[in-house]
Design a binder for this molecule. Structure first.
Ligand code: GCU
Length: 599
């Protein structure tokens, strides 16, 4: 019975076939991979003439053919090899001035040779591509992926040739009303192959996916599953955790799936002791290694319990904006810089807004002992009644969970940010929450909600969505969009729910180095003053179990044109994009030091 449920679960989690022939390969570390990063030939195609004919019908002779004139009278109107080039990984907006505001299609081409060994399979793996991506190999369509912030892969075993392969990728970051996110966001719509691209080689039958985590609420019982893919699905598999003296064997069923559960005496992962274990999954035809931490995360009334003990989430929000240089962050170095600053602030938690960040961020958080809130970009006013929009959001949720389900650092899945109340919205988000719970019962569900005044002095958190969440996220901008900083002093907070609240956004803008008195907007003194009043208000909220000020570092936004102050940057960072700490940074740091001392 358990494996039937398991099969149903795993089939539910398989992202839509349109996107992938096969669900996401769980872990490519430790596998034979070939990086395709570097310079890719590109063609900027604002009218998608490489995809549609003049009747706006998909053309059979599109740029994916990579055609070359065979004779002097042949008519070919494009040529990748004499066109421009862009670096991958990387957004295109910060690589060329004429692409800074560009929203449309760019075609990428990468040529490569690959001698595939017998009895092996080959996949092309994309860390992410923003937003709608069509992938072709040697003129053949592999598939399409929608969503700018989750990983996807395609199998190319039967298409790859020893030499002269050409991988062509059409990336379109045009915003659409029915998309996720929709037309309006407060972040830069960086387009392109924004994360690593690599070839991944596996045996014919390989360990495709697995989930190995502590059973909900337990601190010594591991439960999960392993899934094989290939033609020898019925195998003996062994899960080994040498340091914990664990070596447990199971047998996969006809679908290649084994559910696993066993007791183990483990040192639990926590911010104070981010213990990661080497875990090996061995099948008869394959094996993978991973580094996994084990911890339990639950709520009890208004408390959040990590490994059974109440904890306060000392957090900060982070956008995937590259520190010290402009553009979409993607590297291990970017992750170390951003999380290093969060640590310096005294954080044990980060809210990665408003979309899944790159894997380096999550693995680094695992290593550093920083708990993570990971979110899908169901942001502001989505087309709630559109079934395709729901399917798209659900798919992004599946992919987010698929990649990070074995990461101890990830404690909260968030399904939305600041979405307006309506029945259609509630039913949309309830479906997402149910879907996430069906894939992962071990983590907490949340969303960043809004609050309202029940009287001029009382704030209420009673969004009907709260009923279905474990942790209530609440965004408030008292002192910036809502009055002046002093307004926070007299405010009382109430909630309808007996659940923990995390203030998932608060703060205000300041341009680093811009000084004046505390009531002058955009100055560091105004921001500093705002934080002082905020913190004294937050300390008075009895059910508050976490804070995540908006935001660690200034980030680019097309909604922020104020010359000489914003210049298309949202300046709510506690740190400038050049790494300069604003006065408010130290106010927040002092508060977290104080909390850290008493916790
Ligand atoms: C909102 C939103 C953020 C935005 C911020 C701001 O609450 O969630 O994405 O950047 O406010 O206005 O700065």
């Amino acid at each position: 019975m358990k494996s039937v449920i398991l099969v149903a679960l795993l089939l539910a989690s398989a992202p839509s076939i349109r996107a992938q022939q096969l669900g996401l390969i769980a872990n490519t570390d430790g596998r034979k991979t070939v990086s395709l990063d570097g310079q890719w030939q590109t063609i900027i195609d604002p009218y998608e003439s490489g995809y549609y004919d003049y009747r706006y019908q998909p053309s059979a002779n599109g740029f994916f053919r990579n055609a070359k004139p065979k004779s002097k009278s042949d008519l070919i109107e494009y040529d990748f090899d004499s066109s421009g080039a862009l670096k991958v990984p990387g957004d295109w907006n910060t690589q060329a001035d004429q692409l800074f505001f560009y929203e449309g299609t760019i075609w990428y081409k990468k040529s490569f040779d690959y001698q595939r060994k017998p009895n092996t399979r080959l996949f092309v793996y994309f860390g992410a591509a923003n937003y709608l991506t069509d992938v072709y190999l040697n003129g053949q369509k592999l598939g399409q992926h929608e969503g700018g912030f989750t990983a996807f892969n395609f199998e190319i075993t039967n298409l790859v040739r020893d030499t002269g392969n050409f991988l062509i990728v059409k990336v379109d970051n045009k915003r659409r009303r029915d998309a996720v996110p929709t037309l309006m966001t407060d972040w830069w719509n960086y387009g392109g192959l924004t994360r690593n691209v690599r070839l991944v080689e596996t045996p014919n039958t390989f360990v495709h996916d697995y989930m190995i985590q502590l059973e909900k609420g337990s601190r010594d019982h591991i439960s999960g599953w392993v899934k094989l893919s290939g033609d020898r699905l019925n195998q003996k598999i062994t899960v080994r955790i040498p340091e914990a003296g664990v070596s447990k064997s199971f047998t996969t069923d006809a679908n290649g799936i084994a559910s696993i559960d066993f007791n183990a005496n483990l040192r639990l992962w926590s911010p104070e002791d981010p213990k990661l274990y080497d875990v090996a999954i061995e099948a008869e035809t394959d094996q993978v290694q991973d580094q996994i931490g084990f911890r339990s995360i639950e709520t009890k009334g208004t408390d959040i319990l990590l490994n059974g003990r109440p904890i306060f989430l000392r957090g900060v929000c982070i956008h995937e904006e590259a520190p010290l240089r402009s553009g979409r962050a993607y590297s291990q170095e970017d992750a170390r810089t951003l999380l290093g600053w969060a640590k310096e602030l005294g954080a044990n938690f980060v809210r990665l807004a408003h979309y899944p960040h790159n894997e380096f961020m999550i693995r680094e958080a695992d290593r550093l002992g920083i708990m993570v809130w990971s979110e899908i970009p169901v942001y502001w006013t989505i087309l709630w009644e559109n079934p395709a929009t729901l399917e798209n959001a659900r798919n992004q949720l599946s992919e987010m969970i698929a990649r990070d389900k074995n990461r101890a650092a990830v404690v909260i899945w968030s399904v939305a940010n600041e979405t307006p109340l309506s029945d259609a919205r509630l039913s949309f988000l309830k479906k997402l929450i149910e879907h996430a719970r069906s894939l992962d019962r071990g983590r907490l569900m949340s969303a960043a909600m809004e609050r309202h005044y029940v009287d001029p002095k009382t704030q209420m958190i009673d969004d009907p969505l709260g009923e279905y969440l474990d942790v209530l996220g609440c965004n408030e901008y008292v002192g910036w969009y809502d009055g002046l900083p002093e307004k926070a002093d007299g405010l009382v907070w109430k909630t309808k729910y007996q659940k923990p609240v995390v203030m998932s956004e608060f703060g205000g803008d300041a341009l680093y180095g811009h000084h004046g008195d505390a009531s002058t907007r955009w100055t560091e003194e105004y921001q500093e003053n705002l934080y002082r009043h905020q913190l004294s208000m937050l300390k008075r909220i009895p059910f508050l179990r976490g804070t995540a000020p908006w935001i660690l570092m200034d980030f680019r936004s097309p909604r922020r044109p104020l010359p000489k102050i914003q210049d298309y940057w949202n300046r709510k960072g506690l740190i400038s994009n050049r790494g300069e700490k604003k006065k408010a940074f130290y106010v927040m740091q002092e508060y977290y030091r104080e909390l850290g001392r008493i916790q």
